[in-house]
Design a protein around this ligand. Structure first.
Ligand code: EPU
Length: 442
């Protein structure tokens, strides 16, 4: 199990190239199941979630090969297998993305139920409701979703749930609809940029889709899809995480290869915290010289503040003067980082879907554990602002969604190093300092 060791208190300066988005790459990789030809996918980040989905796709009969560090070639074979392997698929939520494509392409899909996770229950009822409306017969047995359909038929499907729309549910129905008979209209569709990127990819393959990026998506089924060359959009969450690292540390960094328009809500929240942004076409300069200020914010579906930024923002607010209230209306249970931040000295009270943060706490280094991907990133952000040495364990969660987060922060001037093995790290960093190892009490 690998750990990241941070000696806090260093300002950050320099330039970072932001990778392609994990949450765009995963559904697009799954969508290749629908096609007949070869897809060349560029800007695919090197992440454990991406590698896990590649393994799932290979087991279903898709050839998946990395032809360079961030380029992947995917080509479905003549015989697609409809049984998704249990062990890989339950280790990541995005395994559910193969359900719609498998069903549309072959008329059958057996996919493990993703189950609950530390973010909360995470049901897939809306995915199943959509596919049933298109004529699929769906049963659940032995932890698997077993779906069959002679041929899916276009339908009008409302995808709103108690916490707004569903991103992967919208992706699943949009993908399935590309090869269905007739027209599918998705109402209350998710409008996240990753949905638009998936729609762009599918359209390049020959799909007929309009309305992606709005809450009503119309898909007219076609007989067949080819492959194409596609460049994955920038990862707005990776970019936002570096912005939070800068905010707590102070200094000035430039984020290259980003889409500033995808980060408006995050920018708005961070500006009210005293962080300055300078936007160009595909770069953002982030700077913080004055003190951090408290602010209230709520994670919402796009174009609101992303729930995937809530933990990192919460970390920065622990160091901001005044009291802040952070609400997560997408995942009301997404607060496993709170207890760990308290170990660093933060003053936070959790009340249902909200955390009340009494800021400007003197954070001091401690041994903390990442319990999930963004919560882990939040602990690294907090460690940058803490006095003394912080050791964050459970970094395998962080590697699911960040390519070399510690290496990039090191290049920006952070005193950060990794201990222990990680198959995705090119090489071990030299410890830049004599990190002590506080004892864990569990
Ligand atoms: N929901 C339902 N029923 C469903 C599906 C979802 O009630 O059938 C609820 C969920 O429980 C949640 C809300 O709807 O309260 C939104 O969930 P959504 O389905 O949109 O989440 P997702 O599509 O499974 C993706 C990202 C998440 C990100 C969410 C929200 C991927 C692979 N995952 O998940 O990313 O938090 O959208 O933006 O795209 C991450 O990258 O760390 C991550 C968790």
């Amino acid at each position: 199990m690998s750990e990241v060791i941070i000696e806090g208190g260093k300002q950050l300066r320099g330039v970072i190239d932001v990778n392609g988005a994990k949450n765009a790459s995963l559904p697009i990789m799954a969508a290749t199941l629908l096609t007949e030809g070869k897809t060349v996918l560029d800007r695919v980040p090197r992440l454990t979630d991406v590698e896990t989905l590649a393994k799932i796709l290979r087991s279903l009969g898709v050839s998946v090969e990395r032809t360079s560090s961030h380029t992947m070639e995917l080509k479905p074979g003549a015989d697609i297998i409809c049984d998704c392997p249990h062990d890989y698929a339950i280790s990541m939520r995005a395994g559910i993305c193969v359900l719609g494509p498998l069903l549309a392409k072959t008329g059958r899909a057996n996919v493990p139920l993703p189950g609950g996770c530390v973010l909360g229950d995470r049901p897939v009822d809306l995915h199943l409701k959509g596919l049933r409306a298109m004529g699929a017969d769906i049963r659940q047995k032995g932890g698997f979703i077993m779906a069959t359909a002679d041929r899916l038929k276009g339908a009008r499907i409302y995808l709103g749930g108690p916490h707004g729309s569903t991103v992967l549910g919208t992706a699943n129905i949009m993908m399935a609809a590309t090869l269905a008979d007739g027209v599918t209209t998705i109402e209350h569709a998710a409008s996240e940029p990753e949905i638009c990127d998936l729609a762009d990819y599918l359209q390049k393959c020959g799909a007929s889709i309009s309305g992606a990026g709005t809450h009503t998506i119309r898909v007219e089924g076609v007989k067949r899809l080819e492959g194409c060359l596609h460049h994955v959009i920038a990862d707005r969450i990776e970019a936002g995480t570096y912005a939070c690292a800068l905010a707590i540390s102070g200094g000035e960094i430039t984020l290259r290869n980003v889409r500033p328009g995808h980060m408006a809500a995050l920018r708005d929240v961070m500006e009210s915290m005293g962080v300055d942004f300078e936007l160009d076409v595909n770069t953002i300069k982030v700077c913080r010289e004055g003190p951090l200020k408290a602010t209230d914010c709520t994670a919402l579906p796009y174009p609101g503040l992303p729930t995937d930024m809530q933990p990192q923002i919460l970390s920065v607010l622990t160091a901001s003067a005044g009291t802040s209230v952070v609400t997560d209306s997408v995942y009301p249970e997404r607060f496993t980082h709170v207890g760990e931040l308290v170990r660093l000295g933060a003053d936070i009270v959790r009340q249902g879907p909200q955390a009340v943060i009494r800021g400007a706490a003197e954070l001091t280094g401690a041994y903390v554990r990442a319990n999930d991907l963004r919560g882990g990133a939040a602990l690294i952000v907090a460690g940058l602002g803490a006095d003394g040495t912080t050791v964050v364990s459970g970094i395998e969660h962080v590697d699911r969604g960040y390519e070399g987060l510690d290496e990039k922060l090191f290049r920006l001037g952070a005193n950060i190093a990794r201990k222990g093995a990680s198959s995705l790290q090119a090489g071990q960093l030299q410890l830049p300092f004599e990190g002590h190892q506080p004892k864990t009490d569990n």
